[in-house]
Design a protein around this ligand. Sequence first.
Ligand code: F6R
Length: 246
Amino acid sequence: MAARTIVDAIKANPEFVLGVATGSTPIKVYAEIAKLVKAENVDVSKVKAFALDEYVGISKDHPESYYQVIKVNVTDQIGLRPENVNTPSPDIKTVATAGADYEAKIKAAGGVDLQILGIGRDGHVGFNEPGSSLASSTRIKTLTQETLEDNARFFDSIDDVPKHCITQGIGTILRAKHLLLLAFGESKAEAIAGALEGAVTSSLPGSAVQLHPHVTAIVDPAAGSKLKNLEYYKWVYENKPSWDAI
Ligand code: F6R
């Protein structure tokens, strides 16, 4: 569903600006987009992409830098032009200005048309950890112990996970025209229920999606298992009006 939505949007607007997330959640979506793009011969030469975040102080060549993760899963796989794909700079020397530079690049591209979001167990979106300002822009953040533990699986040991990152702010994310929140698995159930049905609070940054006028959440049964209004959402989905009418 996610890939179909995105590919159709690219067909309608060849200069589409796609906001991409890393982590394991969207990996299959990127593979499916790549398949559809090839099968349907979709022109992606003018599509731009902006990643949500990057570790600070990691080399761009490190296989777990988000630059590389996006290069392998998005740029190369889907066939985007490398010059059209952006990740925040991990360079420690430019850390003070990297946030503002990234915001300026997004603005110059006309803003993000659709932002793919995963969510952390602690409710983070991008790397906006609990306590992040709901109006924040791209800046440096310090990762929580929980996030370091979750991301240790990508590194040799937890000590190798960078403790700092540069991430689009919640304010930045909310400026995207459409948010597509994805979550799979039982470990995300609490965060999804809080984000979609709980109070809007910086203690659960994902809850900021409730402030956005156009959000789609795609969750599997396990990640949706703690939603209070699940039956209603199913009913809404089954009785949805034709998409053309929206
Ligand atoms: C990654 C990102 C994070 C992840 C989140 C979930 O760019 O912004 O917010 O989306 O940590 O990670 P996974 O998908 O690995 O469970």
